[in-house]
Design a protein around this ligand. Structure first.
Ligand code: PHE
Length: 450
């Protein structure tokens, strides 16, 4: 098929922006620094980088190949490709798992993004002018402790996501990423410069992020690093497959995937380079958990001249980065509902959004009225959603995607999608997709159990 019924990106660049928009999000700015902080800094970062390049990139290529070859929602793409490859139709489970993971992630993603929206308004109104670490800590606790506020912001964010998704690929998704992504990048660079020049603890932050101590490696930290690699690249759940379905035939998949992975990695590392110097300069805990970004950055903005404006713009961009990711979390499910039930995109978007919103209440409550309700041992509702989707479903989805693409997909389809890729590059890629990526994930799974 040359075009998808859902619409098409107007160019290869738009695909890169959209997929980078999906990849770059709360995972980079909010989640990466806090999980790196909780799991030993440098050792974690190294493991994460290895996972990005050896496991993540090949899987991103594989997902995009499948998406473009099928041009439908991940569930129907898998149905189509298994038929064309004479493979077992059970591989469709990839699509189903993706819809489930997307739903679980969106449910809490919208809650955290809601916090960012709340901070946006606080920044704008000058609440944080002159803020020190006590003030920032208290402000975070009082926001997350307030059920009504959290649910209100959560609802607002979810409504915006649905509104954009309902407008479709061209008018909704593409228009949104086109302007927001470049702006985010420029602002982040400015912030790194600021942290480097004024925090006085830049080196300490860099040492924490990049110096590797062998005692910091542990099976569980390795699993978390791999989960983070999948999460940050939006892999293993069909988001990239869905976006690949709208990619024009002429574009290079390997080139696009490399660009997207590099952009995403740079944004994560830069975020760490902004946050950790501030953590050390203010005597904060590097292992503070999900509140890390929300506590550190307001202090920085509170202290710097022009911080009110800078902070407002920053949280605006975090919000936008989150929106460009959230719309990709629902895309597989929306596309499937439209294909299956022949409903309008708007109806599909609203139904999924309402369900995910409802499920998200569990996360909204995890920081207040349900903060002592544990679903898995020592894991709140939020922790459970995050752990199960990122550390289990996404990597498992990734193994299945790589295995199907490497071993079962009709070779003619594989070759056609890779176009003029030179012979040796194709061999390397095939080795990565067939062996390195799936075995890498399995090794990490096994390590985390022992
Ligand atoms: N990659 C996004 C982020 O880093 C989150 C995401 C995960 C989006 C999976 C889509 C699919 O914030």
């Amino acid at each position: 098929m040359s075009e998808s019924v859902h619409g098409m990106w107007s160019s290869r660049i738009m695909f890169i922006l959209a997929a980078a928009g999906s990849a770059v999000g709360l995972g980079n700015i909010w989640r990466f620094p806090y999980v790196a902080g909780e799991n030993g800094g440098g050792a974690f970062v190294l493991t994460y980088l290895v996972c990005i390049f050896l496991i993540g990139m090949p899987i991103m290529v594989a997902e995009t190949i499948l998406g473009r070859a099928g041009r439908k929602s991940p569930i129907n793409t898998m149905q189509d490709l298994t038929a064309r490859s004479n493979a077992w139709s059970g591989w469709q489970v990839i699509g189903w798992m993706g819809v489930l993971a997307g739903f679980m992630i969106l449910s809490y993603y919208a809650v955290i993004a809601g916090w960012a929206v709340a901070y946006l308004f606080d920044m704008a109104s000058g609440t944080f002018v002159g803020a020190d670490s006590t003030f920032a800590n208290d402000a975070f606790k009082s926001l997350t402790g307030d059920v009504w506020a959290v649910v209100g912001w959560h609802s607002l964010f979810m409504a915006c996501t649905i509104l954009i998704s309902a407008r479709g690929v061209g008018k909704g998704l593409e228009m949104t990423v086109k302007y927001l992504m470049p702006m985010l990048f420029i602002l982040l660079l400015a912030l790194v410069l600021w942290a480097a020049l004024t925090s006085g603890h830049f080196l300490e932050g860099m040492t924490f992020l990049f110096s590797i101590k062998s005692e910091d490696f542990s099976g569980d930290a390795v699993l978390v690093a791999m989960g983070q690699a999948f999460f940050t690249l939006s892999l293993g759940m069909g988001a990239i497959m869905a976006y690949g379905a709208y990619l024009p035939k002429s574009a290079s998949i390997v080139g696009s995937a490399t660009t997207i992975a590099l952009l995403d990695t740079v944004v994560a590392l830069l975020s760490g380079m902004v946050i950790f110097p501030i953590v050390f300069a203010n005597g904060l805990e590097s292992s503070a958990g999900p509140g890390l970004m929300f506590i550190t950055l307001p202090i920085a903005f509170g202290q710097m001249s022009g911080g009110q404006l800078f902070g407002t713009v920053f949280f605006l961009l975090v919000t936008f980065a989150a929106i460009t990711s959230a719309i990709s979390l629902v895309e597989p499910a929306i596309a499937w509902l439209v294909e299956k039930l022949k409903v309008s995109r708007a109806a599909a978007a609203v139904s999924i959004g309402v369900l995910a919103w409802f499920w998200g209440l569990g996360t909204a409550f995890s920081f207040n009225i349900w903060d002592d309700v544990m679903i898995l041992p020592e894991k709140t509702f939020f922790d459970t959603m995050d752990y199960v989707s990122n550390n289990i479903i996404l990597p498992l989805g990734g193994v299945l995607i790589a295995t199907f693409t490497g071993w079962f997909l009709n070779r003619a389809i594989f070759d056609e999608e890779l176009g003029d890729l030179s012979g040796w590059l194709k061999t390397v890629l095939m080795l990565l997709i067939r062996f390195v990526a799936p075995l890498g994930v399995l090794v990490v799974f096994v390590m985390s159990f022992i």
